[in-house]
Design a protein around this ligand. Structure first.
Ligand SMILES: [Zn+2]
Length: 315
């Protein structure tokens, strides 16, 4: 009898164990319609963890008369599959095209779920995914673990160029910028039909921007100025909430200028990198998640350039 109970207890444990394991690996994506036939799946403003599975990025889709356009595919095969599932719950239209905005892993590692359709990206982006994709994938396995199971690099197979295209009744303007990913490697899409600007990672909103590939903060600032001249009603950042205001652009502008000033002044004062990493974040950026952590990374990426520039000027 005791043995029998023990057996049931063990079965219960096994059952609970598998439930506990299966449940957290559900991305539970909830798309929100932000403009006619235009949906965004908003990610958390967090860093990659084994809890969030890399669901820290915004993805989007536009349902057109000629099928669905998918804008970024997320951080893993599992995410891509979940995204495709929620798209099929919103529309019976087939997937027409997929776009990868840039080469960072949270934006393209869901591509495998769309292996049967054309995947578009800027030529520079395709080159960067080719050269770095494997290393990014390995790193993602380390950072988010089991969520990545089965994820491999699937390269975009179509080159997207700048210019205007009419697809399924939507007039889309494709533009290449450089501030976040390097020379002409940041795709931005303006849907002139709905007024939605998909800025991708040129805009982080209430989440500190990341700098591993920026050619320079002033280049990025120039791109933000260019975006602010565009005629749009709704702004979709790569990370952070969708808004109908220009607040994200103002925040980007202020934040980039502050970062540049901190790095310039610190170099002039002869501070070492570890001192700059501890600079306090101004109160006006209190809503910006992960500002202190990203400052440390930014210092390691960019501070040597600022030190070099200071020495070149002084001697
Ligand atoms: Zn990025």
């Amino acid at each position: 009898m005791v043995f029998k109970h023990l057996r049931y207890a063990l079965m219960g444990l096994v059952f609970c164990g598998s439930w506990v394991q299966a449940n957290p690996l559900d991305y539970a994506l909830t798309p929100k319609e932000i403009a006619p036939n235009t949906w965004v799946v908003t990610g958390l403003t967090e860093d990659f963890t084994t809890q969030n599975g890399g669901n820290i990025v915004n993805t989007a889709f536009i349902v057109t008369q000629e099928g669905v356009l998918v804008l970024d595919t997320g951080p893993s095969k599992r995410y891509g599959e979940a995204l495709r599932q929620v798209i099929s719950e919103v529309t019976e239209q087939p997937i027409a095209r997929v776009y990868n905005s840039h080469h960072h892993p949270d934006h393209f590692l869901g591509n495998q779920a769309f292996a049967d359709v054309d995947i578009y990206a800027l030529a520079t982006t395709i080159d960067l995914i080719k050269s770095r994709g494997e290393a990014y994938t390995e790193n993602m396995y380390r950072m988010v673990g089991d969520w990545m199971r089965g994820t491999d690099v699937l390269l975009p197979n179509q080159i997207q160029t700048s210019g205007q295209e009419i697809i399924g009744g939507h007039s889309l303007r494709f533009m290449a910028f450089s501030g976040h990913s390097g020379a002409q490697a940041d795709l931005v899409i303006l849907d002139e039909t709905t007024g939605v600007l998909f800025a991708f990672d040129l805009v982080f909103y209430d989440r500190a921007l990341t700098t591993p590939d920026t050619p320079g903060l002033m280049q990025w600032l120039e791109d933000i100025e260019a975006l602010s001249l565009l005629d749009f009603k709704t702004l979709v950042p790569g990370h952070g909430e969708v808004t109908s205001s220009t607040k994200p652009l103002e925040q980007m502008r202020e934040y980039l200028k502050w970062l540049d000033q901190v790095l310039t002044d610190s170099a002039a004062q002869g501070l070492v990198a570890t001192e700059v990493m501890r600079v306090g974040i101004p109160e006006r950026f209190s809503s910006v998640a992960l500002a202190a952590q990203e400052l440390q990374r930014t210092v390691s990426h960019l501070y040597p350039n600022y030190e070099d520039a200071f020495f070149a000027e002084s001697f």
